[in-house]
Write a new protein. Structure first.
Length: 415
């Protein structure tokens, strides 16, 4: 079996981790202060993604036939970080790197926090996908919601602070309830396997235990070695249940251009970024492709990769399986016409005192990114000046984010 190469360095805020230097000693090292890190996640997840990545099964089969048994930590990391949907794959890359950094004074602190953040990102991606899909469905039909469902969905749109992990779990349960109550197919079909665990069971318990750890006020207790292991254990339960995310990809549409020659059919050139790490260890790879029809501009798209039906833009992807996550996940760089790189941000909350201000959370370091509604109008008589001026054009695009969040809320709950 061909073994994976070492993984590339990854940055998290002001820190840079080089997981390519991880070796067996790193994973099994146990001191008086620190437990071994990453072992539970690696063992559970490499088995969990077997249905979605044949390389996982190949690795385990190869290792089982060796004597003595080889250490496969590096190989497991490489497979896991590019298998999970890019946003989660990058979170795992950081988490594994933190766990491997035995010299860091903040290792336990960073590890527990990253476990909590990764779990929340899993729930956010799923909730955002369902809300986006429900918004599309509500455009042609008003579906029945219970008072409790309306309350929880409204809370998502008006909360002045980012919802904690347990609240996202409750939101997910209510969203699934909307689909069940209206006999609608879930946009992520694999969710049906964990629906019963959203109010009780292993998945529910894991989310609650992680939030309980995160809520501990005493830092010595919160980041104690036992809680490092507990956080890792509970995250492994959540990611094992959500291992279907290894069948999905996320892309950011950076630019769309039109090409039409005389006596030929016009076509659209899309420039986009596949988020996360690919099997060749390229991070956030930029790609270009032609399509007969344009995708929504500035979109962040979630799609399943294993279907056989083709779209023009993403070969092998069924068009109905593409979910536009905008405006709940945005590429701030695309909106502000920064041509290099991506800045992926998750919807977080609204300003309690000024509803024209929304806060997003920057994926790389969880720092807040404010978006302020400026009411720049597309039908402004000076639109030509607006389009020419980068600042005003950026205002116009960021206003679209604010408007679409509001439109989604009205479409789904009616106010």
């Amino acid at each position: 079996m061909d073994t994976p190469d070492s993984a590339a360095p990854v940055a998290d805020g002001n820190k840079t981790y080089n997981i390519g230097q991880i070796n067996n000693a790193t994973f099994v090292q146990e001191t008086v202060q620190d437990p071994p890190f990453n072992e539970i996640l690696l063992d559970k997840l490499i088995n969990a993604i077997i249905p979605y990545n044949p390389k996982a099964e190949q690795l385990l089969s190869w290792a089982a036939g060796q004597d003595p048994k080889p250490d496969i930590s590096n190989y497991s990391i490489s497979i896991l970080t590019y298998s999970f949907v890019g946003i989660i794959g990058m979170q795992l890359t950081k988490l594994f790197a933190i766990g491997a950094d035995s010299k860091s004074n903040s290792r336990r602190h960073d590890y527990v926090d990253m476990c909590v953040v990764t779990a929340k990102r899993v729930l956010q991606i799923i909730c955002f996908a369902i809300i986006s899909d429900l918004w599309n469905k509500e455009k042609g039909h008003r579906y029945a919601l219970t008072d409790e469902q309306t309350k929880k969905i409204n809370n998502f749109f008006v909360t002045p602070n980012e919802l904690p992990l347990r609240d996202y779990l409750i939101l997910l349960s209510n969203l699934c309830g909307v689909y069940a109550g209206n006999s609608l197919p879930l946009p992520i079909s694999e969710l049906s396997a964990i629906e019963s665990q959203l109010t009780e069971g292993a998945f529910f318990d894991a989310c609650c235990k992680l939030q309980d750890i995160n809520a501990i006020k005493n830092t010595d207790e919160k980041y104690a070695p036992k809680n490092c292991i507990e956080a890792e254990t509970q995250l492994s339960v959540i990611l094992t249940a959500a291992s279907f995310l290894a069948a999905y990809k996320v892309v950011s549409i950076k630019n769309i251009g039109y090409e039409g020659l005389r006596n030929t059919e016009g076509r659209y050139l899309h420039k986009y970024v596949t988020l996360g790490q690919d099997s060749d260890q390229n991070i956030n790879s930029e790609k270009m492709n032609y399509a007969n029809n344009p995708i929504n501009t500035d979109s962040v798209l979630l799609y399943r990769v294993s279907n056989l039906d083709d779209t023009n833009l993403f070969p092998g992807v069924k068009e109905t399986d593409i979910i536009n996550m905008f405006p709940f996940i945005i590429d701030y760089n695309a909106l502000t016409e920064e041509t290099e790189g991506v800045k992926i941000c998750f919807y977080s909350c609204v300003d309690l005192l000024n509803n024209k201000v929304m806060t997003y959370s920057f994926l790389d370091d969880n720092s807040p990114q404010k978006i302020t509604f400026t009411d720049t109008q597309e039908n402004d008589p000076l639109i030509n000046d607006i389009i020419k001026g980068k600042g005003k054009r950026t205002d116009l695009k960021l206003d679209t984010v604010w408007r679409q969040v509001k439109e989604a809320k009205v479409a789904i709950i009616g106010s």
